[in-house]
Design a binder for this molecule. Structure first.
Ligand SMILES: Cc1cc2nc3c(=O)[nH]c(=O)nc-3n(C[C@H](O)[C@H](O)[C@H](O)COP(=O)(O)OP(=O)(O)OC[C@H]3O[C@@H](n4cnc5c(N)ncnc54)[C@H](O)[C@@H]3O)c2cc1C
Length: 455
C-alpha cells in the first residue's frame, strides 16, 4: 500500500462517515496544526488524524484501522518527547477534544476523559478545594502521565498519579469497551498503573481526590559556585523529609543567561508547619532568590510551563539515582555544564514517601524506593544547526551517571532508541506485563507507546 493511496480522501470515506468528530488528512487546512506536538523536533506524518469526540468514534477508528492494516497511535496531551503520539503513515486517534472532567463530591473522585490535561483536572477540582497527584506541568495529558507512572509535587503525600487511579474505561485492540477496576479486569487496572499505553485506549479515568487548595512552594535559586555544597546539604535534608514535602531540584538557566542551581520545594500540609520544615533550606548558603510563598496548587503547576514551551526541539535522557554522592555531583557539574544551549536544563524529580511505600508488585510501576529521577533535557531553537551537539550533551551526562543509577529508566521519558531499557524499568513486573499484553493486545496494535512491550 503506497502513501499516496492511503492519503486519498476516498480511501477514508467509510471511516469519516462513521464519525462524530473530524477526520483530517494531510491536505486539510487543520492537519498541520493537529500534527504539532510539544516537541517540535517530531516531524512524523500520519496518514490521518481522527479528532474523536465520543467513545464510539474511538471504537469505530480502532476497528476500521485494524481492518485496513494501518498502524495506530494515540494522542492525549501531545507531550511525549519521543513523539509516539504519531505514527508514520498511520492513523492517529487524537483525544484532545475529549477533555471533560466531572467531580464526584460524595466519593471524592474525579472522572476525566482520556484527553484531559493536568490543567483540565485541576481547574475542575480546585473549585471544591480538592486535588490529586499530577505532574509538575499543566499541559501534560493525565492519561499519558498516569500510564507511565506520574512523578509530581504531591508524590510524597499522595504517591504517583498511577497510585491515585481507581478505575478506567479502555477501548481494547478488538474495539471492545471494558472497565478496569478492583472488581472488573483488576489485572488490566494493575497494568494501567505504570505499564505504558500497551493495553488499549483509555477513554476515561477515575482518580482519588484529596482535600488541598494551597501549598507552600516556590523556587530557591543558588549561585553556581554553591552548587556542590547545596547538593550535599539537599541530599542529607531529603533523607528525613516528611511526606508533605517534595523537592524537585536541578540546574537551570535564567532568562538573563545565568546558570543557577535550584530547589523547588512544595509543602502540602499546614502552611505554618511548612515554614518551619523549610527553614533549614531557606537559610542555607547565600540564596540568590527565594520565591517560596503560599500558592494554589493549580497555579503552581502552571508556573513551570514557561520553561519548556511547545514547539522547541527537545531530546531527553533519564537516570534514576538512589541519592547523590560525590561522584554523581561531579558528573552533573563536569559533564552537564556549560549547557549546550541556553534552553537546556537538568532537573531531578524527588520520589519518596507514599510512593515508596507501595509494594513493587502492587502496580506495574516497579521502582518503589526513594530516588531522584534525573531528566537531562536538551532544548534548542528549531533553526539551530547543532542538533547532534545538543543530543550528545544529554547522552554524555546520562552515560556519566549510568554507573551509579538504577537499571532501566522512567518509561515516560525513554527514547525510541532505548527499547532495551524497558524490561529493566519494569524489573520483576516485566513477565506479568508481557502476559497482560498477550491477553489484551496479542497483535501488538498499540506498539507506538512508551514502555512498549513486544507481545
Ligand atoms: C513539559 C513536560 C512536563 C512533564 N512533566 C512531567 C512530570 O512532572 N512528571 C512526569 O512523570 N512526567 C512528566 N512529563 C512526561 C510525561 O508524563 C509523558 O511525556 C507523558 O507520556 C505525556 O502524556 P501526553 O498524553 O501529554 O502525551 P502524548 O504524546 O499525547 O502521548 C504519549 C503516549 O501516551 C499514551 N497515551 C496518551 N494518552 C493515552 C490514552 N488516553 N490512552 C492510551 N494511551 C495513551 C500513548 O502511548 C502515547 O503515544 C512531562 C513532559 C513534558 C513535555
Amino acid at each position: 500500500m503506497t502513501t499516496t493511496f492511503v492519503q486519498n480522501h476516498a480511501f477514508f470515506k467509510d471511516l469519516a462517515a462513521l464519525l462524530t468528530g473530524e477526520l483530517l488528512l494531510p491536505d486539510d487546512a487543520a492537519y498541520e496544526q493537529a500534527r504539532q506536538l510539544w516537541n517540535g523536533k517530531v516531524k512524523t506524518q500520519p496518514a490521518a488524524i481522527v479528532r474523536c469526540l465520543t467513545v464510539q468514534d474511538v471504537i469505530h477508528t480502532v476497528r476500521w484501522t485494524r481492518a485496513h492494516g494501518l498502524p495506530l497511535s494515540v494522542r492525549g496531551g501531545g507531550d511525549d518527547c519521543a513523539g509516539r503520539a504519531l505514527s508514520e503513515h498511520g492513523v492517529t486517534i487524537d483525544l484532545s477534544q475529549m477533555r471533560a472532567v466531572t467531580i464526584d463530591l460524595d466519593a471524592c473522585t474525579a472522572h476525566v476523559q482520556g484527553g484531559a490535561t493536568a490543567s483540565d483536572l485541576m481547574e475542575a477540582a480546585q473549585k471544591y478545594g480538592l486535588a490529586t497527584a499530577t505532574g509538575n506541568c499543566s499541559t501534560v495529558g493525565m492519561a499519558g502521565l498516569t500510564l507511565g507512572g506520574g512523578y509530581g509535587p504531591l508524590i510524597g503525600a499522595y504517591g504517583l498519579a498511577a497510585d491515585n487511579l481507581l478505575s478506567a474505561q479502555v477501548v481494547t485492540a478488538d474495539g471492545q469497551l471494558v472497565t478496569a477496576n478492583a472488581e472488573e479486569h483488576p489485572d488490566l487496572l494493575w497494568g494501567l498503573r505504570g505499564g505504558g499505553g500497551n493495553f488499549g485506549i483509555v477513554v476515561s479515568l477515575e482518580y482519588r481526590l484529596h482535600p488541598l487548595t494551597t501549598v507552600l512552594s516556590g523556587m530557591l535559586l543558588y549561585p553556581l559556585d554553591q552548587a556542590r555544597a547545596v547538593l550535599r546539604h539537599f541530599n542529607e535534608f531529603i533523607a528525613t523529609a516528611p511526606d508533605e514535602l517534595t523537592i524537585p531540584s536541578g540546574f537551570i538557566q535564567t532568562p538573563e543567561g545565568l546558570t543557577v542551581f535550584c530547589l523547588l520545594p512544595t509543602y502540602c500540609g499546614p502552611l505554618e508547619a511548612g515554614e518551619q520544615v523549610l527553614a533549614p533550606l531557606r537559610t542555607f548558603g547565600n540564596l540568590l532568590v527565594d520565591q517560596v510563598q503560599s500558592v494554589t496548587y493549580n497555579d503552581l503547576i502552571h508556573q513551570w510551563d514557561v520553561n519548556a514551551p511547545k514547539g522547541r526541539h527537545y531530546y531527553t535522557q533519564t537516570q534514576s539515582l538512589k541519592g547523590l554522592q560525590a561522584e554523581t555531583i561531579e558528573a552533573l557539574i563536569e559533564q552537564g555544564l556549560p549547557f549546550s544551549s541556553p534552553f537546556s536544563f537538568m532537573t531531578a524529580h524527588h520520589f519518596h514517601g507514599a510512593a515508596s511505600r507501595v509494594g513493587v508488585s502492587e502496580t506495574a510501576f516497579a521502582l518503589r524506593q526513594d530516588h531522584l529521577m534525573f531528566e537531562l533535557v536538551a532544548a534548542w531553537e528549531p533553526q539551530s544547526p547543532d542538533e547532534q551537539k545538543h543530543i550528545e550533551w544529554s547522552q554524555n551526562i546520562s552515560q556519566a551517571l549510568a554507573p551509579y543509577a538504577f537499571k532501566g529508566g522512567y518509561i515516560n521519558l525513554l527514547d525510541q532508541e532505548e527499547q532495551e531499557r524497558v524490561p529493566l524499568a519494569f524489573g520483576s513486573n516485566y513477565q506479568r506485563l508481557l502476559d497482560l499484553k498477550r491477553t489484551y493486545d496479542p497483535d501488538d496494535v498499540f506498539h507506538s507507546t512508551m514502555g512498549h512491550l513486544a507481545a
